[in-house]
Design a binder for this molecule. Sequence first.
Ligand code: 3HC
Length: 301
Amino acid sequence: KRPAGAPDKALARPVTKVGVVGAGLMASQLALLFARRLNVPVVLTDLDQERLDKGVGYVHAEIDKLLGKGRVSADEASRLKGLVTGSLTKDAFADADFVIEAVFEEMGVKQKVFAEVEAVVSPECVLATNTSSLSVTEMASKLKHPERVVGFHFFNPVAVLPLLEIIRGERTDDAALATAFATGKALKKSCVLVKDAPAFVVNRILLRLQAAILTTVEEGTTIEVVERSTNPLGLPMSPFVLMGLVGPAIALHVGETLHAAFPDRFPVSEGLAKLVAAGKPGVYRPDFTLDPEAVALFEGG
Ligand code: 3HC
């Protein structure tokens, strides 16, 4: 069954090679997913060799984990590793049909990246953005072919969570959207078409909860008490563990986008801004004990 609002699937174009801009954690998770599910070459790009090596290294380590769990055979593991490569230049995208960006969450950076990609790919190549909250229409607005831009928003951890928000920008055409849906389906994701609104659907809902939690802490309740108090809600993971999984910088960016759009409903969290400025990966350490310095950034007011 075609998802609500999805165009005729006959319009979808084949995807035989994928480009991923960025080699951070989200981009690397995407590279693995595309290689594994589409079985096509995937090229990662980033600004320097160190980041690139880290991204490709992450993909290889995840493939080894799949091999260890018996999810892929030894032959499949080595074939998958061969499919994912890194390149310092976007020229490697020249014959790609689908390029997805997962770079820094800032409109100017994303627009620049898309302009650079557009200079090397064919006009039919779909440009997808994994933005968490920014306008897909605005991101496409400076391009020669804005009709090929779609929002393609995944959730952490990408390999596990089934939902994929697909966003149609004002100028996105049916062929690009149909290609996005066909690709999402091939990735075995459950695709929903959502409006190009600040933070789309999931993050808008999730950030309302996060905003309430952060305000509660900033008003004097300890993180520990808030964490224990959310237990009865049956959330799959505690709110502050989730913040660490998503990354405080991303949580802050989404919060800022929503604050700009709906200031009354999404207050800015000073604690979160301080956590990001301090370069902390969250309030929990890797062994899931609370980091007192990080906690003090919230509880200290
Ligand atoms: N990366 C990759 N795989 C992971 C992982 C991670 N960080 N964490 C867990 N997994 C895998 C495990 O390896 C395991 O796989 P297996 O079945 O092959 O062994 C599987 O997930 C289940 O893990 P566990 O049994 O250890 O743990 P849980 O049952 O507790 O599930 C969870 C873990 C799926 C992460 C669950 O806690 C969860 O759903 N948490 C909420 C996540 C969430 O809300 N994400 C959305 C965030 S918003 C977002 O990403 C949008 C962005 O724009 C900000």
